[in-house]
Design a protein around this ligand. Structure first.
Ligand code: BG6
Length: 300
């Protein structure tokens, strides 16, 4: 990461009491500590790694013990930003999976703090590439009792531009056998066999590899999801807006064994619930010239 970007971040955090910049073995991190929560954000990928509200001191996010912090590889765990496409690019098959935002350093551009709430804004170093030159993106992160992420995309060009994207959130659970997902009720496309319109499981339990795109065609709706963890008797709440899809992913045992940054039993203590816009929806996100789209996820 360039000294210029580090110095810019240092210049912003210097005047703050709730944010510090740390150069750790995980690379450059923003460490947020306010009255309500503790949070760590990697400047690589603009990637939230950890969020712990102080009222219960429970880590909400899962981070792989084998995550690679080499400043090149996307980080396994936390909240990767998939942008400006989700999954494989529709025509550039060599292009990186989930876009290029998570494979580069981001810059802290502004910060605001009160004793109980810290808000940060980050932008990637570049948004140029593959026909997305006219898009600008920023990530607004607000840390309080709730972690709120707003992924803000603006079309600065003269033509409407289709975008797919995801806040690819890895949530920590006691054990995958103990959890039930509530609030996801739309039918899904199964990425494992490409079948469409599969009915949503009810109850939503996890017993095998899961890679599903649940399609919500009304993007204006606020969706409230809960992960109920029966073993430790707690609930992680997720609220989201600006999505047309919810991706639910767990690689399970065999797929995990093929992933160099996933520990053998890591799949047991995580589940991804992703606020997304995908090609599966009828709605398909197209950002009009001059318009801005906001994808929001709140975790508590
Ligand atoms: C999910 C996709 O969002 O991300 C899965 O639906 C994919 O198909 C998973 O395997 C992880 O992707 P990656 O690129 O971080 O290994």
């Amino acid at each position: 990461m360039s000294n210029q970007a580090l110095n810019a971040a240092l210049g912003i955090v210097k005047g703050l009491s709730t944010v510090a910049l740390s150069d750790s073995n995980k690379g450059p991190l923003l460490i947020v500590e306010n009255e309500m929560a503790h949070c760590q954000i990697s400047l690589f990928g603009g990637h939230v790694l950890s969020f712990t509200p102080k009222h219960d001191m429970r880590e909400r996010l899962w981070l792989s013990e084998r995550a690679i912090f080499d400043g090149k590889t996307p980080i396994r765990g936390g909240i990767p930003i998939c942008w400006p496409w989700f999954s494989a690019h529709h025509s550039q098959l060599q292009a990186p999976s989930h876009g290029y935002a998570r494979n580069q350093y981001w810059q802290l551009t502004s910060a605001n703090e009160q004793s109980q709430k810290t808000s940060l804004r980050l932008t990637p170093t570049t948004t140029d590439g593959f026909g997305y030159e006219n898009l600008a993106v920023s990530l607004e992160i607000t840390i309080s009792n709730t972690l709120e992420l707003n992924l803000v995309t603006t079309n600065k060009g003269d033509n409407p531009t289709p975008v797919t994207q995801a806040l690819h959130t890895y949530l920590a659970v006691s054990d995958i056998d103990n959890i039930e997902l509530e609030g996801v009720d739309a039918s899904y496309m199964n990425k494992l066999d490409a079948s469409k319109q599969n009915p949503c499981p009810n109850p939503y339990l996890f017993t095998q590899e899961t890679d599903r795109i649940h399609v919500y065609n009304n993007a204006d709706d606020t969706l409230r999801i809960e992960i109920n963890d029966s073993c430790v008797n707690n609930t992680t709440k997720i609220e989201q807006q600006g999505h047309d899809s919810i991706v639910v992913w767990n690689p399970w045992k065999d797929k995990s064994a093929t992933m160099k940054d996933m520990e053998a039993n890591g799949y047991r203590t995580m589940v991804c619930v992703e606020a997304a816009n995908t090609v599966e929806s009828d709605h398909k996100l197209v950002i009009a010239a001059g318009a801005t789209h906001v994808l929001t996820q709140r975790i508590s």
